[in-house]
Design a protein around this ligand. Sequence first.
Ligand code: F0G
Length: 516
Amino acid sequence: MNPVADKPELAEPYMFAWLASLGLGVEYTRSKKDSLYYRDAGGAEIEVLDLVGGYGSTILGHNNPELIEYTKSLLDSDTPIHAQFSRHPYANNLAWTLNTIAHREFDTDENYAVIFANSGAEANEVAIKHAEMDRMLKIGEALAEVEAHIEAAVAAVASGATVDASPLRGSDIDEVVAALRAANAERAATPPVYLAPVGSFHGKLAGTIQLTHNFAYRTPFIAMAAQCRFVPLDQPDVISDAIAAESRTLFDLAVDGDAIRVVERPLPVISAFVLEPIQGEAGIRILDAGAVARLRELLDAADIPVIVDEVQSGMGRSGAFFAASHLGLRGDYITLAKSLGGGIAKAAVTLIRSSRYRADFELVHTSTFAKDSLSTLIALRAVELLEADGGAVYRLAAQRGDKLLAMLRALRDEFGDVVKDVRGKGLMVGLEFHDLSGSASEILAEQARGGLIGYMFSGYLLREHNMRVFPTASATSTLRFEPSVYITDEEITRTEKGLRALITLIRAEDGKTLLG
Ligand code: F0G
């Protein structure tokens, strides 16, 4: 399966070698619905059941026929794809449609402004940049108020008021004002901090990688961007402590009759709380609705916005368009990507609640490719397909997901010594294996200790059962299942057969057969 033998591998060469070593370096030549196809050495086409689903991008299946036909029609009619800085009614149609869905699922009539991006990480970068711009503008507004109070204090001193410098220093109003301004300048420059639940995954760009908990991905780039504190969502005390630990103040002056005092006012430092309603890369973990409600109270009290990352969980996968709607969590920001492009285009958006929206953001954040007509129109059509027939696709996602979960739960019940847990909602499902680092099989123990065991299982399932399944990125003993809504009963049975064989080999500690 080496594509061109006489050319050295230069396209991310290490990755290719690693995938090849696990038997995963297959070149797929065709895809449809939940199937990918490759050609074997003899040229015969082999069908593979794809449960990875483009890492969550193909809720409507690979090469969805309606979306393909529509895309062709756009290209055949010479649709202008790149006409930046002109009127884009199609983008407004998508923004409108997404707002209609948000109004319905979150029972609100507040609008979201929509900013366009090209990938999930980029949509999250838009959200954190906007939150930071909002924080900086708020600091600027607070400092302007402080200046107005300084002016009033100076006038009061001229009319005979006296100033108490404490806790600053200074023997007259000029010295106190100078000390106050110097202290405020230093405090206002405090770098922003983000909060996120333990296990979070929000992308791998310079800013978002700091919101991604995985140590190996995050730490090489720690000096590049604002830091995130990872908090356990089920421990509200720890979250309140984290908020308190990041609390800072600005100095201000208060005129009280003839006395002028130095007072303190809050300085916003925590830019946002970022979360996935169903954590994907942490091993498919649904956030607890009670914990989320308590979190929202704490954040509202401190005026900290919530960025809800629906890059993986959104677009119907959970049985509703927004997975956060099951938790009753209306984000201040909502990000979408992956299946938004209908499995064809690269499309991403950031929804920003009107009450927090800073219109100037549009002047400072743009991207050449974001909002191009081809991907935006495909995204709009994909959303229309999701919304068609009163949400038939959402019902299908819930129903297919229940079927898949029931099959996996039966396996857990039967093989509790091998399968530790089965979790998920709709078509975002995970199966976690017990830790094998103490296995009697050297191969299994070594792979488990190296954090690669899930990929070894992937290699086995592909090789022996023509099934494509991958582990979650930061919890590699959990296999993820994210097929399209069109997965059939027969395909679920096929999945069961492959997993049964895998589990049987794990139980027998047959590392050799698994490694192949
Ligand atoms: N947010 C979430 C919740 C994700 O799962 C991902 C990607 C991203 C953001 C970043 O999106 O790749 O388009 O920049 N998850 C991939 C995965 C890596 O394994 O499912 P991106």
